[in-house]
Design a protein around this ligand. Structure first.
Ligand code: ARG
Length: 278
């Protein structure tokens, strides 16, 4: 099955402001290799499987527009567009909204709450669950509204480590039914909820080293996982789960706190059907 990804070339990308701990130490730093790394990512995604890339035109004054995962949460033909916490990123909203409308999506947004799209809301691929991260960017109220809007059980997960400020930096729900995650990014209650919802043999805990290399921020294309880097131990665990691993350097984007998955928005997304549960 074909995977369609929305991506934005990094011609306007820079570290222009400081809204996360990665950016704090990199504001103003050059990113000379960003274009090459982004093009290489596109090539790797296309080598990994059947992928169509839909591009969004870069715009001046919105350097983080490259992180299209934050555009919206897609469910079928509905796009629940983001309401960013930081004013610097709020300027991206109209660009995402019009691009998604142009591609045939009905757009809507949540009321009176911050919500940062597929950065903080991830569908389980086999269980009818939506993992909804909150704390640093999206709010708990967003998770609750999503639960009222979509035919899934929403699992609100409080994020407690500021380096992993979006859920997609600390958790990755895979098509095999496995859920890869970095435990210390979550509150004790969130961990308990996660461990109650996913059978133990389907949970893949990753180490800090892999979390800091943004291994959870992987793009799944069929049986391939495209990411910046994984340790040999994590690679063999993912191989055992049935995945081929494709690594590609995304260091220029790590300077802004994002990696492979943040640079893509899957346009063919939505809740898993209960009958497909593992
Ligand atoms: N600089 C961006 C921000 O702080 C990075 C966004 C990363 N996106 C993601 N889906 N995790 O908002």
């Amino acid at each position: 099955m074909k995977t369609t990804l929305l991506m934005c070339p990094p011609t306007e990308y820079r570290i222009a402001y400081d809204i996360n701990p990665w950016m704090s130490r990199n504001v103003g730093l050059a990113t000379p290799d960003a274009a090459r790394q982004w093009e290489r990512l596109v090539e790797v995604l296309q080598c990994a499987g059947d992928v169509e890339i839909v591009t969004l035109d870069p715009q001046p004054h919105v350097p983080d527009l490259v992180f299209t995962a934050n555009a919206a949460l897609i469910s079928g033909k509905l796009a629940i567009t983001s309401t960013f916490r930081h004013p610097q990123r709020r300027r991206e909203q109209p660009h995402y909204r019009s691009a998604l409308a142009r591609h045939g999506f009905a757009t809507t947004s949540l009321q009176q709450t911050f919500f940062e799209g597929a950065g903080d809301a991830l569908f389980d691929r086999v269980r009818p669950i939506l993992y909804a991260g909150y704390g640093w960017r999206s709010e708990r109220a967003a998770a609750l509204q999503l639960g009222e809007t979509l035919p899934v059980r929403t699992l609100p997960l409080l994020l407690v480590d500021e380096r992993f400020y979006h859920l997609d930096t600390a958790l990755c729900a895979l098509g095999s039914g496995h859920v890869m995650y970095y435990p210390d990014a979550f509150s004790p209650h969130a961990l308990q909820q996660l461990r109650r919802s996913v059978e133990r043999e389907y949970l893949i805990e990753i180490a800090l080293e892999d979390a800091l290399a943004f291994a959870c921020n992987s793009v799944e294309i069929g049986d391939a996982l495209v990411m910046h880097h994984a340790s040999p131990a994590l690679r063999s665990r993912l191989n055992a789960a049935g995945y081929r691993i494709f690594q590609t350097d995304l260091g220029e984007f790590h300077k802004a706190g994002g990696s492979a998955k943040c640079l893509t928005l899957r346009l063919d997304d939505g809740p898993a059907q209960a009958s497909a549960a593992a």
